[in-house]
Ligand binder design. Structure first.
Ligand SMILES: *Cc1c(COP(=O)(O)O)cnc(C)c1O
Length: 363
């Protein structure tokens, strides 16, 4: 049995007719940039996360960038970022001219904690970015409390956590705003690049809209130099269609994860990433920890089970951020032990059980 890491084609086949008809509609009315499909997706995506506003852009990186800019982050400022994240979280900080200051993560649940963030606060710190890594919300209560106590802004990187909840409330509006990616492989993916920021703050939303569109909120009136980060009409249409299935796809991911949890917890040699109480984890990735990783991954690949590492090098060890960096032992240890197993909505429970059998064989 072959188990791919993801299967986007299987996800899209039942939606192909709808995709084609909406794409044809756009080809006919020529609403290629922004337009009604993007506007209606923005409304529905905000509603799905109980947010007042959604500002769509052309990548998750752009979403983080305009959020930071609109919040006034600039050269000379520091923003605390967990080191075990995709590089874009840190890069968005660098794009503003500010410095990403890397903090460690929890050894068990792998997310940023208030304690790890607090250790890295200096007089220059302006904000903290909480990444909901793998689809599991970070401990938001303590992060919100820390931000309040220290007078810092909290930004959520929700690129892996569409529809995840913390104490019953969707991620994205616990701090100033929440930034999402619609990279094709994300839980909600475009057929191209895409991203969005959600917020309950009207003034912030208006500012971000200007940042995505040449510093303009009125045609040919430009109040500051900014970007062209607009979403294209095709992506708005595709995302609008796919959003209607996201809750169902999320349930399917969670069923696969429950099967993995049950079977893999019994295998000595496999350590699971722990899950916080009161969170709804949406399993963008299902990650385990093993000791002899190279041999383990070779065994999986030899048995047609695709796997990956997210991410093999923590940001503070990347050449892009070479220089004086702290030691972050939990992030460094995780990077050496983690393996991401296949998980996607169309994966069958038989496939999940087969993966567990192949894992068991190794040990
Ligand atoms: C994917 C991702 C991003 C960047 O999104 P792009 O759409 O690829 O620019 C940012 N942060 C995290 C945690 C991600 O997983």
């Amino acid at each position: 049995m072959k188990v791919p890491f993801n299967d986007l084609r299987a996800l899209h086949v039942p939606l192909m007719d709808e995709f084609k008809s909406e794409i044809e509609e756009i080809l006919n009315n020529c609403s290629f940039i922004s337009g009604p499909k993007v506007a209606s997706f923005e409304e529905n995506f905000a509603a799905a996360h109980e947010a007042g506003h959604c500002v769509c852009v052309n990548s998750g990186t752009a979403a983080l960038h305009i959020a930071l800019e609109a919040l006034g982050i600039k050269a000379g400022d520091e923003v605390i970022v967990p080191s075990n994240t995709f590089i874009a979280t840190a890069e968005a900080v660098s794009l503003t001219g500010a410095t990403p200051v890397f903090c460690d993560c929890d050894a068990d649940h792998a997310n940023i904690t208030a304690k790890a963030a607090e250790e890295r606060i200096t007089p220059k710190t302006k904000a903290i970015i909480a990444v909901h890594l793998f689809g599991q919300p970070a401990p938001l209560d303590e992060l919100v409390a820390l931000a309040e106590k220290k007078g810092l802004m909290l930004i959520e990187d929700c690129a892996q956590a569409h529809l995840a909840t913390y104490k019953g409330k969707p991620v994205g509006t616990f701090g100033e705003c929440g930034c999402f990616s619609f990279y094709p492989g994300k839980n909600l993916g475009a057929c191209g690049e895409g991203g969005a920021v959600i917020t309950n703050k009207t003034e912030l939303a208006d500012k971000m809209k200007a940042y995505r569109d040449h510093g303009s909120s009125q045609k040919y009136i430009h109040t500051f130099p900014a970007h062209n980060y607009r979403m294209d009409g095709f992506q708005g249409a595709i995302l609008g269609i796919k959003l209607r299935h996201l809750a169902d796809w999320t349930d399917k991911r969670r069923a696969i994860a429950a099967c993995y949890d049950e079977k893999l917890s019994k295998i000595s040699g496999v350590e699971l990433i722990s899950t916080l109480d009161d969170v709804k984890h949406v399993y963008h990735l299902y990650v385990i920890k093993v000791q002899d990783r190279d041999a383990f991954m070779k065994h999986l690949n030899d048995n047609d089970v695709q796997c990956g590492i997210h991410y093999p090098i923590p940001c503070h060890k990347q050449e892009a951020y070479a220089g004086e960096q702290p030691q972050l032992p939990n992030a460094e240890k995780l990077a050496d032990e983690i393996v991401s197993l296949p998980i996607y909505p169309d994966m069958s429970l038989e496939q999940a059980e087969h993966v567990c059998k192949i894992v068991q064989e190794f040990f």
